[in-house]
Design a protein around this ligand. Structure first.
Ligand SMILES: Cc1cc2nc3c(=O)[nH]c(=O)nc-3n(C[C@H](O)[C@H](O)[C@H](O)COP(=O)(O)O)c2cc1C
Length: 185
């Protein structure tokens, strides 16, 4: 249980593109968090493809950075699109990086929560399921409810990126509230 006054959430956005709807949803979620929550975004675009040959005693700086960012987080939040019914490659690569060193991964026991969004009617659900599966080796407590797979994601925002869907905002706020309680527990 975190009895300190502050809470740290490590955030990974699974899309690398600048106009990502998932990024917009993540930014909205962050805006709904209480002031005592410190959100650290972990970039994933500069992580070399995971390769055990370069993950030596002196790994790439970006590997060390993301592992440090996640290490002391009260929870890890992943907001992601689905690519080809699964986890986008850049995000999967980041999880592979975080999964090592073997037996000393920062994912072990890490509280984790997922949101997926897509313009289709499934809302990236397959990616959400695969993300849950990916956490299994780490005995990581996963926030099970509310489950958020945001479908028709483009319809929730206008061209300027402002919300046009109060329903989506309400879901995201509900998720944030559950996430904060989960991270504190
Ligand atoms: C390589 C690729 C594969 C995709 N596969 C899926 C898919 O399996 N299911 C789906 O709902 N959307 C799929 N999409 C569409 C994405 O959901 C859509 O591009 C979305 O906007 C990506 O999220 P972002 O806006 O956060 O980048 C795919 C897009 C790309 C580029």
């Amino acid at each position: 249980m975190n009895t300190a006054k502050s809470l740290k959430i490590a955030l990974i956005i699974g899309s690398l593109r600048k106009d990502s709807v998932n990024r917009k949803f993540a930014e909205y979620m962050v805006s709904q968090m209480p002031e005592y929550v410190n959100v650290v975004e972990c970039r994933i675009d500069d992580l070399p493809h995971f390769n055990e040959d370069i993950d030596t005693d002196t790994p790439p700086d970006s590997y060390t950075r993301i592992r440090e960012q996640v290490k002391d987080a009260d929870a890890l939040l992943i907001v992601s699109p689905e690519y080809n019914r699964s986890i986008p490659g850049g995000l999967k690569n980041a999880l592979d990086v975080l999964s090592r060193p073997y037996n000393n991964s920062v994912l072990t026991g890490r509280k984790t929560a997922f949101v997926t969004a897509s313009p289709s009617s499934y809302g990236g659900r397959s990616c959400g399921f695969d993300l849950r599966k990916t956490m299994l080796p780490f005995q990581a407590p996963v926030l099970m409810a509310p489950e958020i797979y945001l479908s028709n994601a483009y319809d929730a925002l206008d061209e300027q990126g402002n919300f046009t869907s109060e329903r989506t905002q309400k879901y995201l706020k509900k998720f944030v509230d559950a996430l904060i309680e989960f991270a504190k527990s």
